[in-house]
Design a protein around this ligand. Structure first.
Ligand code: SF4
Ligand code: SF4
Length: 316
């Protein structure tokens, strides 16, 4: 793939490191080696195992971005509410200049070491995040000019401390992702990644999403328990035509609920209608919101008046 064809490139792994040195990529971490792109069927040499001399080194200085499915798995691992997991084990950051909310895994107090690193290795291994499953592979969503299709490209992250690159094992990218369980994570993270890429590729001209959009993104992405309560609410059920059987299965199954949350986000953020709306719901909603909409309109007028008054102001 040539550079000219590329309009959107995005690091998906959340792997730590400094600024891009290669103009071909928007990789938000420094890499000492110019990345070589792989497809799913390309082979690479790598093996990580408990007996290796560098065991655990990669977990000692981390900056791992969490995906919605990472949070789902980890909250289940600890049998915690999503809000409590986020409060205890993550810290927020802004994914872009508009302040799209992101979460990273927290460190042990006063260090850069992962909070889940134990003497014997990863203490949450069966539910470790996507970035940990991928390492030492990286992944980017690539959208070609004039195309809505986001393709995955993969590359190796070669860091000096990692000796896995010298182990005599070769496998295809596909085999490695399957072995690590990353393919399952990718399936659940796919819609979320599409939402982020679409937001990024819309560019600055579209403007900053409203505060309400940001809050919905935050809830749907990182707080599945609140989203469950949200869809149980009559306010939601008065608008969306979701039958009782479907509603029950969403309430009982976190994986289904997460997929539904992404459909809901795509619908409210980008108008991709996949959840049917009840007949007359729009009119009823407009009627219910009339006062709020009127108040907002008035506030805009007042803001404009204030700005105009200030622009006319000439200091003595
Ligand atoms: S979650 Fe586990 S594998 Fe990932 S950085 Fe922490 S200790 Fe390492
Ligand atoms: S081989 Fe690489 S990924 Fe595996 S423990 Fe060593 S540093 Fe970490």
């Amino acid at each position: 793939m040539s550079t000219e064809e590329t309009v959107e490139l995005k690091d998906e792994t959340g792997i730590s490191g400094p600024t891009a040195t290669d103009q071909q990529f928007e990789i938000p971490f420094k890499t000492p080696v110019k990345p070589v792109q792989y497809t799913l069927d390309d082979k690479f040499q790598f093996n990580c195992h408990k007996g290796i001399a560098c065991f655990n080194k990669c977990c000692k200085s981390i900056e791992i971005q969490l995906t919605p499915y990472d949070i789902l798995r980890l909250k289940k691992h600890f049998d915690m509410a999503s809000k409590d997991f986020v409060a205890r084990y993550t810290y927020p950051f802004e994914m872009d200049a508009h302040g799209m909310p992101g979460l990273r895994l927290t460190h042990k107090s006063g260090s850069t070491e992962c909070i889940f690193l134990a003497e014997e290795g990863c203490s949450v291994y069966s539910d470790r995040p996507t970035a940990c499953r991928y390492y030492a592979l990286g992944n980017m969503g690539v959208r070609k000019k004039d195309s809505n299709v986001v393709e995955n490209v993969y590359f190796m992250v070669k860091e000096d401390h990692c000796l896995g690159h010298y182990e005599p094992k070769t496998q295809t990218v596909r085999e490695y992702l399957h072995e690590q369980g990353a393919d399952v994570y990718d399936e659940f993270n796919k819609d979320w990644r599409d939402i982020i890429i679409k937001k990024r590729s819309s560019g600055p001209t579209i403007g900053k999403p409203s505060e309400r959009s940001m809050q919905l993104f935050d809830m749907c992405s990182y707080d599945i328990d609140s989203f469950r309560e949200f869809i149980r609410n009559p306010g939601f059920q008065n608008i969306f035509a979701v039958d009782q059987g479907t509603m029950q299965s969403l309430i009982e199954n976190n994986e289904k609920l997460l997929k539904f949350a992404m459909r809901f986000l795509k619908q409210v953020l980008y108008g991709e209608k996949s959840i049917p709306v009840k007949a007359g719901a729009r009119e009823q909603r407009l009627e219910e919101r009339r006062d709020v909409l009127q108040a907002r309109k008035q506030a805009e007028i007042e803001k404009h008046k204030t700005r105009a008054a200030f622009e006319d102001y000439i200091p003595d």
